[in-house]
Design a protein around this ligand. Structure first.
Ligand SMILES: *[C@@H]1O[C@H](CO)[C@@H](O)[C@H](O)[C@H]1NC(C)=O
Ligand SMILES: *[C@@H]1O[C@H](CO)[C@@H](O)[C@H](O)[C@H]1NC(C)=O
Ligand SMILES: *[C@@H]1O[C@H](CO)[C@@H](O)[C@H](O)[C@H]1NC(C)=O
Ligand SMILES: *[C@@H]1O[C@H](CO)[C@@H](O)[C@H](O)[C@H]1NC(C)=O
Ligand SMILES: *[C@@H]1O[C@H](CO)[C@@H](O)[C@H](O)[C@H]1NC(C)=O
Ligand SMILES: *[C@@H]1O[C@H](CO)[C@@H](O)[C@H](O)[C@H]1NC(C)=O
Ligand SMILES: *[C@@H]1O[C@H](CO)[C@@H](O)[C@H](O)[C@H]1NC(C)=O
Ligand SMILES: *[C@@H]1O[C@H](CO)[C@@H](O)[C@H](O)[C@H]1NC(C)=O
Ligand SMILES: *[C@@H]1O[C@H](CO)[C@@H](O)[C@H](O)[C@H]1NC(C)=O
Ligand SMILES: *[C@@H]1O[C@H](CO)[C@@H](O)[C@H](O)[C@H]1NC(C)=O
Length: 723
């Protein structure tokens, strides 16, 4: 049935578009010359609304017709926007060089009735000239007066720019939106182009349609402006019906201008009356009874890509049966696909497969997550995390923290290489900043000994309770990882190795070197005596002695004892890492005692005295290790040759010899014969006190009594070194 309706509808005769847009009242002339004259305008009696008479007069000479509203020529009437384009003379003023006089031609523009007003939106007051001050004197429909104007000046032809009307050779001002229906130009006589008359004699001014004007530099230098427009520029004029509002006008239907039933009335307000417009979906002349005609939207094939049925004021666009989609869009209607069983099968299989894949991914991820959690848990248990937790709960004021893996990652910016403080044989130390802005040193070891894994929690517990001013505090650890990560307090001034081997003269003085040595000895002595069995540092070396801002020594990395790998392969790497410091007896027997630390400390003492490195790879065998260089120098009585020049002076020679002797003690090949760390610390303490009382140096007996250590003298050093 649908197609029958369609056919029937399309058979209804339409008024043609031209007829539908019939502009004039039936039986009236619709044109004057080339210009359409739509109702409410008319050129014959009875053909126009009150106030809309236009005079269509014929030129006797060339018998062309022209349309006039009063004395103003009308070029076009724009019905839907209620506007008209009219002609409007250009006013001008020129300067005559020879007579030094001014000639001008001033026009006034007066719209015949209150129906018309100069459109403020579409026109502007334009003035052209190089020495011009033009005024625009205006009157509105209520007889109020206005005056605006603009100046345009230029000193040379070169300053002019095509297309730019901004005060150089051309200026423009807007028209006030007050309903102006009269204007007259006036030129200021003092701006008369007398000083630019060699290239610009004339000034021009007019109100004109803005869209119609592009400044051209030739307008200033020639009479082109006047000739381009033949003396008259177009001006756009608004018009409206009556002086009442729509509401008032509608009360007396015989007077109401919007005659078409399919029209709407638009108020202009303020006594300006109203204008009519065709309703949506209609077009034509709203001022005529049959003026507004339905628009056949279906004629434009692009509006609807389905079945289009025109309805009054609108249209009905639907997709044909068996199709679907949005018929108003470019995509249009699409056939509804009847999928074959084969297609259904394939689609079914793919969807099924996808579901399976997604599910397995989910299962996998959940499993992985659990696995990781399990690993973390496992590591935590393995390293005795439980023990640590219990201890932390039971002891108040125990400031050990068990860190989460993420916390440390964040603190070190995911172990950024920029944060590396040092790298050694068994691990890397990073600088980290915790959430509370506290700086810490974070040590990640490379490997861990199987045997030590079980003991880790216990050992870390012991280490965490060590509290000595010359030992770097361990603040916490992270157990969730395969190899535990240790967190230490951050020591700002770096390590002793860097301090003595990369300093430029003057280096640290002897007094501070001795203090550092003593503090280190104190720390080691404390470690050796703190627990039973004693804690052996295992890796005493200058790079493990850190210095705080006051150059107070802080022994670090004693935790390495916990983490140091013990199996054969890795043993080698450890030996390499600390070459030069390693106890020769330990290397032979593999037996590690507190005396191994004493040996290593002896090497540190040598470094302090000589500012030479503990080990030189590039030297011959007997010159490689500082200890052997030192021992042979002692034997040959050539100690002075290897000592650091910076600390050698007459006053300290004695003291240095005592320290050298102490070093030799520590470096004894037989571990048994080396002094205890406690003894070393005490000796250094005494030597330092001695240094503070230099008068003692002159008196060997005094020193002996001060030191009071028999082992010093059983080698008969004493007096040999005193000059
Ligand atoms: C129309 O204009 C012509 C010439 O300008 C004039 O002679 C005539 O009187 C005008 N007619 C009316 C009705 O104003
Ligand atoms: C009539 O036409 C001639 C030639 O186009 C023109 O010179 C003259 O000014 C016109 N007259 C009027 C009244 O427009
Ligand atoms: C200036 O005035 C003189 C005398 O009236 C006239 O001959 C001459 O053509 C004028 N010059 C210009 C450029 O108009
Ligand atoms: C502006 O255009 C005119 C004509 O096209 C030309 O003679 C003149 O030199 C141009 N002026 C500038 C400043 O470009
Ligand atoms: C032209 O303007 C100058 C000032 O710019 C003035 O002195 C002169 O009198 C004016 N000439 C005329 C004829 O008004
Ligand atoms: C300037 O005006 C002249 C004469 O009217 C015209 O030939 C030329 O194309 C115009 N130039 C520009 C840039 O508008
Ligand atoms: C409206 O116009 C009529 C004549 O067209 C006039 O008598 C009346 O005073 C005007 N009213 C207003 C408010 O301007
Ligand atoms: C309606 O307007 C007509 C024509 O102007 C007039 O004769 C008539 O009196 C008016 N009717 C009313 C009710 O104002
Ligand atoms: C009149 O209607 C047309 C088409 O709907 C629209 O473009 C125009 O802006 C309307 N005019 C006014 C004054 O509302
Ligand atoms: C458009 O046409 C369909 C089917 O012909 C009808 O159901 C619908 O009511 C119509 N819509 C309008 C706005 O006319």
């Amino acid at each position: 049935m649908a197609w029958l309706v369609f056919v029937f509808l399309s058979l209804i005769p339409h008024l043609s578009a031209v007829e539908g847009l019939a502009v004039a009242k039936p039986g009236c002339r619709t044109k004057c010359g080339d210009v359409d004259v739509p109702f409410p305008f008319g050129i014959e009696p009875g053909c126009f609304l009150e106030g809309f008479y236009l005079n269509c007069s014929q030129n006797a000479t060339d018998s062309t017709y022209k349309l006039f509203a009063g004395n103003v020529e009308v070029l076009k009437i724009l019905l839907p926007t209620s506007q008209a384009r009219m002609k409007n003379a250009i006013s001008w003023q020129c300067y005559n060089d020879t007579t030094r006089s001014i000639t001008d031609n001033i026009w006034s523009f007066r719209l015949s009735s209150t129906r018309y007003r100069i459109s403020s939106l579409h026109n502007k007051f334009v003035s052209i000239g190089c020495d011009t001050l033009a005024y625009n004197n205006m009157v509105d429909y209520q007889n109020h007066q206005y005056r605006t104007g603009c100046v345009s000046v230029c000193y040379s032809q070169e300053s002019l720019t095509n297309g730019t009307c901004s005060g150089i050779g051309c200026c423009e001002t807007p028209i006030p939106p007050a309903g102006i229906n009269y204007y007259k130009v006036s030129f200021d006589r003092n701006f008369n182009s007398s000083f630019v008359s060699d290239f610009s004699r004339c000034s021009y001014a007019a109100v004109m349609e803005a869209d119609n004007f592009i400044f051209n530099t030739s307008y200033v230098t020639t009479t082109n402006f006047w000739y381009t427009y033949n003396g008259e520029v177009p001006i756009l004029v608004d018009w409206s019906i009556g002086n009442e509002t729509c509401e008032v006008a509608q009360r007396n239907t015989s007077n109401y201008a919007c005659a078409s039933p399919n029209s709407v009335c638009n108020d202009l307000g303020d006594g300006l009356g109203y204008i009519c417009n065709c309703s949506k979906g209609y077009e034509g002349n709203p001022y005529l009874k049959d003026g507004c005609q339905d628009i056949d939207e279906c004629e434009d094939k692009s509006t609807c890509s389905g079945i289009c049925v025109n309805t009054p004021g609108s249209f009905n666009c639907t997709c044909p049966q068996g199709t679907h989609g949005d018929p108003n869009s470019a995509a249009g209607c699409n056939k509804i696909e009847r999928s074959s069983p084969w297609v259904k099968f394939v689609v079914g299989i793919s969807v099924g497969l996808m579901v399976v894949v997604i599910l397995s991914c989910l299962v996998y991820f959940v499993h992985e997550k659990r696995k990781i959690a399990a690993i973390k848990e496992n590591c935590f248990k393995q390293y005795g995390g439980q023990l640590l937790y219990q201890e932390m709960k039971s002891k108040q004021g125990f400031t050990f923290t068990i860190f989460k893996e993420e916390e440390l990652k964040e603190a070190t910016n995911n172990y950024d290489a920029k944060n590396i403080l040092g790298e050694g044989g068994n691990g890397t130390v990073y600088k980290g900043t915790l959430k509370n802005n506290k700086d810490v040193a974070i040590k990640r070891c490379k490997t861990i000994d199987e045997k030590q894994k079980k003991e880790f929690g216990k050992e870390i517990l012991i280490l965490s309770q060590i509290n000595h001013k010359n030992i770097v505090r361990i603040l916490g650890c992270c157990l969730e990882v395969e190899i535990p990560i240790l967190v230490y307090e951050f020591i700002s001034k770096g390590n002793l190795f860097d301090l003595i081997h990369s300093c430029r003269a003057p280096c640290i003085p002897l007094s501070i070197r001795l203090r550092i040595a003593q503090e280190t000895a104190e720390a080691l002595a404390y470690l050796h005596s703190w627990a039973s069995p004693p804690i052996v540092h295992r890796d005493v070396k200058s790079s493990n002695i850190l210095l705080d801002e006051n150059f107070v020594a802080k022994v670090s990395d004693f935790g390495a004892s916990v983490l140091a790998p013990m199996d054969e392969d890795q043993f080698m790497t450890l030996v390499q890492g600390t070459r030069g410091y390693l106890d020769p007896e330990y290397m032979q027997t593999g037996l590690l005692t507190v005396k191994s630390d004493v040996y290593s400390f002896g090497v540190v003492l040598l470094e302090l005295l000589t500012r030479k490195k503990a080990f030189y790879l590039d030297k011959s065998d007997d010159q490689r290790s500082l200890s052997s260089i030192f021992l042979s120098a002692m034997k040959e009585n050539k100690l002075e040759e290897i000592l650091d020049d910076q600390i050698m002076d007459v006053e300290s020679v004695n003291l240095i010899n005592w320290v050298a002797e102490l070093a030799r003690e520590c470096l004894n090949m037989e571990a048994e014969k080396r002094p205890e760390m406690r003894e070393v610390a005490e000796t250094l303490d005494k030597l330092r006190k001695n240094m503070k009382h230099p008068w003692v140096q002159d008196n060997p007996e005094e020193i002996e009594s001060l030191l009071g250590e028999p082992f010093f003298f059983q080698y008969g050093v004493g007096n040999d070194f005193i000059p």
